[in-house]
Write a protein that binds this ligand. Structure first.
Ligand code: ATP
Ligand code: ATP
Ligand code: MG
Ligand code: MG
Ligand code: MG
Ligand code: MG
Length: 259
Protein backbone atom coordinates (compact mmCIF):
# COMPACT_ATOMS: atom_id res chain seq x y z
CA UNK A 1 0.00 0.00 0.00
CA UNK A 2 1.22 3.52 -0.75
CA UNK A 3 2.97 5.19 2.12
CA UNK A 4 1.55 8.68 2.47
CA UNK A 5 2.34 11.20 5.17
CA UNK A 6 -1.06 10.42 6.61
CA UNK A 7 -0.25 6.78 7.39
CA UNK A 8 0.59 7.74 10.95
CA UNK A 9 -3.10 8.11 11.75
CA UNK A 10 -3.38 4.34 11.42
CA UNK A 11 0.02 3.41 12.84
CA UNK A 12 -0.18 5.63 15.92
CA UNK A 13 -3.88 5.69 16.72
CA UNK A 14 -5.41 2.37 15.71
CA UNK A 15 -5.39 -0.55 18.03
CA UNK A 16 -6.98 -3.95 17.79
CA UNK A 17 -6.75 -6.25 20.77
CA UNK A 18 -5.66 -9.79 20.01
CA UNK A 19 -7.59 -12.20 22.12
CA UNK A 20 -5.41 -14.40 24.35
CA UNK A 21 -4.28 -17.73 22.93
CA UNK A 22 -5.65 -21.03 24.28
CA UNK A 23 -9.00 -19.60 25.23
CA UNK A 24 -12.46 -20.43 23.99
CA UNK A 25 -13.84 -17.27 22.41
CA UNK A 26 -17.49 -16.49 23.02
CA UNK A 27 -19.37 -13.82 21.10
CA UNK A 28 -22.76 -13.04 22.64
CA UNK A 29 -25.18 -10.94 20.66
CA UNK A 30 -28.45 -9.53 21.96
CA UNK A 31 -31.28 -7.76 20.15
CA UNK A 32 -31.48 -4.03 20.87
CA UNK A 33 -34.84 -2.90 22.26
CA UNK A 34 -36.47 -6.21 21.38
CA UNK A 35 -39.12 -5.61 24.00
CA UNK A 36 -40.41 -2.89 21.70
CA UNK A 37 -39.44 -4.76 18.51
CA UNK A 38 -41.48 -7.77 19.65
CA UNK A 39 -44.52 -5.56 20.29
CA UNK A 40 -44.18 -3.71 17.00
CA UNK A 41 -44.24 -7.07 15.22
CA UNK A 42 -46.96 -8.65 17.38
CA UNK A 43 -44.79 -11.47 18.71
CA UNK A 44 -46.81 -13.98 20.68
CA UNK A 45 -46.17 -13.68 24.42
CA UNK A 46 -44.23 -14.95 26.20
CA UNK A 47 -42.72 -17.01 23.35
CA UNK A 48 -43.18 -16.44 19.66
CA UNK A 49 -42.01 -19.67 18.12
CA UNK A 50 -41.47 -18.22 14.63
CA UNK A 51 -39.20 -15.54 16.08
CA UNK A 52 -37.18 -18.20 17.92
CA UNK A 53 -36.93 -20.31 14.75
CA UNK A 54 -35.71 -17.27 12.83
CA UNK A 55 -32.98 -16.75 15.44
CA UNK A 56 -32.06 -20.45 15.11
CA UNK A 57 -31.90 -20.18 11.32
CA UNK A 58 -29.51 -17.22 11.65
CA UNK A 59 -27.34 -19.19 14.08
CA UNK A 60 -27.30 -22.14 11.67
CA UNK A 61 -26.08 -19.81 8.91
CA UNK A 62 -23.37 -18.57 11.27
CA UNK A 63 -21.99 -22.08 11.83
CA UNK A 64 -22.16 -22.74 8.11
CA UNK A 65 -20.31 -19.51 7.37
CA UNK A 66 -17.62 -19.60 10.07
CA UNK A 67 -15.82 -22.96 10.19
CA UNK A 68 -14.14 -22.30 13.54
CA UNK A 69 -17.45 -21.70 15.26
CA UNK A 70 -18.18 -24.98 17.02
CA UNK A 71 -21.28 -24.33 19.09
CA UNK A 72 -24.04 -21.81 19.61
CA UNK A 73 -26.69 -21.40 22.28
CA UNK A 74 -29.67 -19.10 21.95
CA UNK A 75 -32.68 -17.95 23.94
CA UNK A 76 -35.07 -15.02 23.46
CA UNK A 77 -33.25 -12.29 21.49
CA UNK A 78 -29.74 -13.48 22.36
CA UNK A 79 -27.27 -15.96 20.95
CA UNK A 80 -23.83 -17.05 22.14
CA UNK A 81 -21.30 -18.30 19.60
CA UNK A 82 -18.29 -20.34 20.62
CA UNK A 83 -15.08 -20.36 18.57
CA UNK A 84 -12.72 -23.27 19.08
CA UNK A 85 -9.94 -22.75 21.59
CA UNK A 86 -7.10 -22.59 19.07
CA UNK A 87 -8.80 -20.60 16.33
CA UNK A 88 -6.62 -18.27 14.27
CA UNK A 89 -9.65 -16.61 12.70
CA UNK A 90 -8.53 -13.06 11.82
CA UNK A 91 -5.48 -13.64 14.02
CA UNK A 92 -7.94 -13.57 16.94
CA UNK A 93 -8.45 -9.83 16.46
CA UNK A 94 -11.31 -8.86 18.74
CA UNK A 95 -12.91 -6.09 16.71
CA UNK A 96 -12.85 -8.10 13.46
CA UNK A 97 -14.40 -11.16 15.08
CA UNK A 98 -17.06 -9.20 16.97
CA UNK A 99 -18.09 -6.96 14.10
CA UNK A 100 -18.25 -9.81 11.57
CA UNK A 101 -20.48 -11.86 13.87
CA UNK A 102 -22.88 -9.05 14.63
CA UNK A 103 -23.22 -7.80 11.08
CA UNK A 104 -23.51 -11.23 9.47
CA UNK A 105 -26.16 -12.33 11.98
CA UNK A 106 -28.14 -9.13 11.49
CA UNK A 107 -28.06 -9.39 7.69
CA UNK A 108 -29.27 -12.97 7.75
CA UNK A 109 -32.04 -12.00 10.20
CA UNK A 110 -33.32 -9.45 7.71
CA UNK A 111 -32.89 -11.74 4.70
CA UNK A 112 -34.74 -14.65 6.33
CA UNK A 113 -37.50 -12.59 7.97
CA UNK A 114 -40.02 -13.29 5.22
CA UNK A 115 -39.40 -17.06 5.44
CA UNK A 116 -40.63 -17.04 9.03
CA UNK A 117 -43.12 -14.18 8.86
CA UNK A 118 -44.52 -14.39 5.33
CA UNK A 119 -47.44 -12.09 6.12
CA UNK A 120 -45.66 -9.63 8.43
CA UNK A 121 -43.84 -6.64 7.10
CA UNK A 122 -40.53 -5.84 8.77
CA UNK A 123 -41.37 -2.42 10.19
CA UNK A 124 -38.07 -1.32 11.71
CA UNK A 125 -34.46 -2.40 11.27
CA UNK A 126 -33.53 -5.09 13.79
CA UNK A 127 -30.10 -4.51 15.28
CA UNK A 128 -27.94 -6.31 17.80
CA UNK A 129 -25.22 -5.48 20.24
CA UNK A 130 -22.37 -7.86 20.90
CA UNK A 131 -19.53 -8.62 23.27
CA UNK A 132 -16.59 -10.97 23.38
CA UNK A 133 -15.55 -13.01 26.39
CA UNK A 134 -12.67 -15.49 26.62
CA UNK A 135 -12.86 -18.66 28.70
CA UNK A 136 -9.52 -20.32 29.49
CA UNK A 137 -10.58 -23.94 29.92
CA UNK A 138 -13.29 -26.55 29.52
CA UNK A 139 -14.78 -25.95 32.96
CA UNK A 140 -15.35 -22.24 32.43
CA UNK A 141 -16.76 -22.58 28.90
CA UNK A 142 -19.12 -25.33 30.10
CA UNK A 143 -20.14 -23.19 33.07
CA UNK A 144 -20.74 -20.26 30.75
CA UNK A 145 -23.26 -22.26 28.76
CA UNK A 146 -24.87 -23.63 31.91
CA UNK A 147 -25.22 -20.04 33.13
CA UNK A 148 -27.12 -19.04 29.99
CA UNK A 149 -29.41 -22.08 30.18
CA UNK A 150 -30.18 -21.53 33.86
CA UNK A 151 -31.07 -17.95 32.95
CA UNK A 152 -33.35 -19.25 30.20
CA UNK A 153 -35.12 -21.48 32.72
CA UNK A 154 -35.60 -18.77 35.35
CA UNK A 155 -36.85 -16.18 32.84
CA UNK A 156 -39.10 -18.56 30.96
CA UNK A 157 -40.73 -19.91 34.07
CA UNK A 158 -41.40 -16.38 35.30
CA UNK A 159 -42.68 -15.20 31.90
CA UNK A 160 -44.93 -18.24 31.50
CA UNK A 161 -46.60 -17.45 34.84
CA UNK A 162 -46.71 -13.72 34.19
CA UNK A 163 -48.43 -14.05 30.81
CA UNK A 164 -50.90 -16.70 32.01
CA UNK A 165 -51.95 -14.30 34.79
CA UNK A 166 -52.24 -11.38 32.36
CA UNK A 167 -54.10 -13.39 29.72
CA UNK A 168 -56.55 -14.53 32.40
CA UNK A 169 -57.48 -10.96 33.26
CA UNK A 170 -54.93 -9.74 35.82
CA UNK A 171 -53.22 -6.39 35.15
CA UNK A 172 -49.46 -6.49 34.57
CA UNK A 173 -48.97 -4.89 37.99
CA UNK A 174 -51.13 -7.50 39.71
CA UNK A 175 -49.29 -10.31 37.92
CA UNK A 176 -45.97 -8.82 39.07
CA UNK A 177 -47.22 -8.59 42.66
CA UNK A 178 -48.47 -12.19 42.61
CA UNK A 179 -45.06 -13.46 41.50
CA UNK A 180 -42.95 -11.28 43.78
CA UNK A 181 -40.79 -13.38 46.10
CA UNK A 182 -41.99 -16.72 44.73
CA UNK A 183 -39.62 -19.66 44.31
CA UNK A 184 -39.40 -22.01 41.38
CA UNK A 185 -41.63 -24.62 42.98
CA UNK A 186 -44.26 -21.96 43.83
CA UNK A 187 -44.42 -21.01 40.15
CA UNK A 188 -44.83 -24.64 39.09
CA UNK A 189 -47.58 -24.96 41.67
CA UNK A 190 -49.32 -21.79 40.45
CA UNK A 191 -49.29 -23.02 36.85
CA UNK A 192 -50.70 -26.38 37.89
CA UNK A 193 -53.35 -25.12 40.34
CA UNK A 194 -54.64 -22.10 38.46
CA UNK A 195 -54.06 -23.07 34.84
CA UNK A 196 -53.70 -26.90 34.81
CA UNK A 197 -50.31 -26.44 33.13
CA UNK A 198 -47.49 -28.84 33.89
CA UNK A 199 -44.42 -26.67 33.25
CA UNK A 200 -42.41 -29.70 32.13
CA UNK A 201 -44.89 -30.21 29.28
CA UNK A 202 -44.15 -26.79 27.80
CA UNK A 203 -42.23 -27.02 24.49
CA UNK A 204 -38.52 -27.70 24.96
CA UNK A 205 -37.57 -24.81 22.67
CA UNK A 206 -39.07 -22.48 25.32
CA UNK A 207 -37.75 -24.29 28.39
CA UNK A 208 -34.27 -25.24 27.19
CA UNK A 209 -33.39 -22.68 24.53
CA UNK A 210 -31.61 -23.86 21.37
CA UNK A 211 -28.22 -25.44 20.73
CA UNK A 212 -26.60 -25.42 17.31
CA UNK A 213 -23.68 -27.70 16.44
CA UNK A 214 -22.34 -29.94 13.72
CA UNK A 215 -23.42 -33.54 14.05
CA UNK A 216 -21.74 -36.36 12.18
CA UNK A 217 -24.31 -38.20 10.11
CA UNK A 218 -23.64 -41.31 8.02
CA UNK A 219 -25.41 -41.21 4.70
CA UNK A 220 -25.50 -43.80 1.97
CA UNK A 221 -24.08 -42.26 -1.20
CA UNK A 222 -24.38 -45.26 -3.54
CA UNK A 223 -23.96 -49.02 -3.67
CA UNK A 224 -20.90 -50.92 -4.83
CA UNK A 225 -20.99 -53.60 -7.57
CA UNK A 226 -22.22 -56.20 -5.06
CA UNK A 227 -25.04 -54.04 -3.75
CA UNK A 228 -23.27 -53.14 -0.51
CA UNK A 229 -23.94 -49.57 0.61
CA UNK A 230 -21.11 -47.05 0.38
CA UNK A 231 -21.52 -44.51 3.13
CA UNK A 232 -19.99 -41.15 3.78
CA UNK A 233 -19.84 -39.30 7.07
CA UNK A 234 -21.21 -35.84 6.67
CA UNK A 235 -21.31 -33.04 9.14
CA UNK A 236 -24.82 -31.62 9.39
CA UNK A 237 -25.57 -28.41 11.24
CA UNK A 238 -28.15 -29.40 13.81
CA UNK A 239 -30.49 -27.54 16.16
CA UNK A 240 -31.47 -29.26 19.42
CA UNK A 241 -33.45 -28.09 22.43
CA UNK A 242 -31.68 -30.11 25.08
CA UNK A 243 -30.06 -29.85 28.49
CA UNK A 244 -26.45 -28.62 28.40
CA UNK A 245 -26.05 -28.15 32.16
CA UNK A 246 -25.52 -31.81 32.99
CA UNK A 247 -22.73 -33.94 31.52
CA UNK A 248 -24.84 -36.14 29.20
CA UNK A 249 -24.90 -33.88 26.13
CA UNK A 250 -21.17 -33.19 26.32
CA UNK A 251 -20.31 -36.86 26.84
CA UNK A 252 -22.34 -37.76 23.78
CA UNK A 253 -20.79 -35.00 21.66
CA UNK A 254 -17.18 -34.99 22.79
CA UNK A 255 -15.92 -33.69 19.44
CA UNK A 256 -17.64 -30.31 19.89
CA UNK A 257 -15.38 -28.90 22.62
CA UNK A 258 -12.29 -30.75 21.52
CA UNK A 259 -9.15 -29.22 20.06
P1 ATP B 1 -31.89 -4.34 25.36
O1 ATP B 1 -31.76 -3.42 24.19
O2 ATP B 1 -31.27 -3.77 26.60
O3 ATP B 1 -31.39 -5.74 25.08
P2 ATP B 1 -34.50 -5.52 25.19
O4 ATP B 1 -35.83 -4.84 25.10
O5 ATP B 1 -34.01 -6.24 23.97
O6 ATP B 1 -33.45 -4.43 25.67
P3 ATP B 1 -33.97 -7.96 26.66
O7 ATP B 1 -33.64 -8.08 28.11
O8 ATP B 1 -32.89 -8.30 25.70
O9 ATP B 1 -34.55 -6.51 26.43
O10 ATP B 1 -35.21 -8.89 26.43
C1 ATP B 1 -35.67 -9.19 25.16
C2 ATP B 1 -37.17 -8.97 25.09
O11 ATP B 1 -37.60 -9.23 23.75
C3 ATP B 1 -37.97 -9.91 25.95
O12 ATP B 1 -38.27 -9.33 27.16
C4 ATP B 1 -39.20 -10.15 25.16
O13 ATP B 1 -40.16 -9.17 25.51
C5 ATP B 1 -38.83 -9.89 23.73
N1 ATP B 1 -38.66 -11.11 22.91
C6 ATP B 1 -37.51 -11.58 22.36
N2 ATP B 1 -37.71 -12.71 21.69
C7 ATP B 1 -39.03 -12.99 21.81
C8 ATP B 1 -39.86 -14.06 21.34
N3 ATP B 1 -39.36 -15.06 20.61
N4 ATP B 1 -41.17 -14.03 21.65
C9 ATP B 1 -41.68 -13.02 22.38
N5 ATP B 1 -40.95 -11.99 22.85
C10 ATP B 1 -39.65 -11.97 22.58
P1 ATP C 1 -11.93 -7.36 2.83
O1 ATP C 1 -12.91 -8.39 3.22
O2 ATP C 1 -10.56 -7.65 3.24
O3 ATP C 1 -12.37 -5.95 3.20
P2 ATP C 1 -12.70 -6.59 0.15
O4 ATP C 1 -12.90 -7.44 -1.05
O5 ATP C 1 -13.93 -6.01 0.77
O6 ATP C 1 -11.90 -7.45 1.22
P3 ATP C 1 -11.59 -3.91 0.15
O7 ATP C 1 -10.16 -3.52 0.24
O8 ATP C 1 -12.45 -3.54 1.30
O9 ATP C 1 -11.65 -5.45 -0.22
O10 ATP C 1 -12.12 -3.27 -1.16
C1 ATP C 1 -13.46 -3.23 -1.52
C2 ATP C 1 -13.67 -3.74 -2.92
O11 ATP C 1 -15.07 -3.79 -3.17
C3 ATP C 1 -13.05 -2.85 -3.98
O12 ATP C 1 -11.80 -3.34 -4.38
C4 ATP C 1 -14.03 -2.95 -5.13
O13 ATP C 1 -13.69 -4.04 -5.96
C5 ATP C 1 -15.36 -3.33 -4.48
N1 ATP C 1 -16.28 -2.21 -4.37
C6 ATP C 1 -16.71 -1.62 -3.23
N2 ATP C 1 -17.55 -0.65 -3.48
C7 ATP C 1 -17.69 -0.59 -4.81
C8 ATP C 1 -18.44 0.25 -5.69
N3 ATP C 1 -19.22 1.21 -5.23
N4 ATP C 1 -18.33 0.01 -7.01
C9 ATP C 1 -17.55 -0.96 -7.47
N5 ATP C 1 -16.81 -1.77 -6.71
C10 ATP C 1 -16.88 -1.59 -5.38
MG1 MG D 1 -6.85 -22.88 27.65
MG1 MG E 1 -32.24 -7.37 23.97
MG1 MG F 1 -32.01 -10.33 25.65
MG1 MG G 1 -13.85 -4.71 2.42
Amino acid sequence: MANSKYEYVKREFESDRSLPASNWIVVRIDGCHFHRFSETHDFEKPNDESALRLMNACATSMLEKFRDMVFAYGVSDEYSFVFREGTEFYQRRESKILSLCVSFFTSVYVMKWKDFFPSKELKEPPYFDGRVVCYPNLKTIRDYMAWRQVDCHINNQYNTCFWMLVKSGRTEKEAQQTLKGTFSKDKNELLLQQFQINYDDEPAIFRKGSCVYRAKVETKVKSDDYGNPITRTQSVTTVANVDIIGPQFWEKHQDILHE
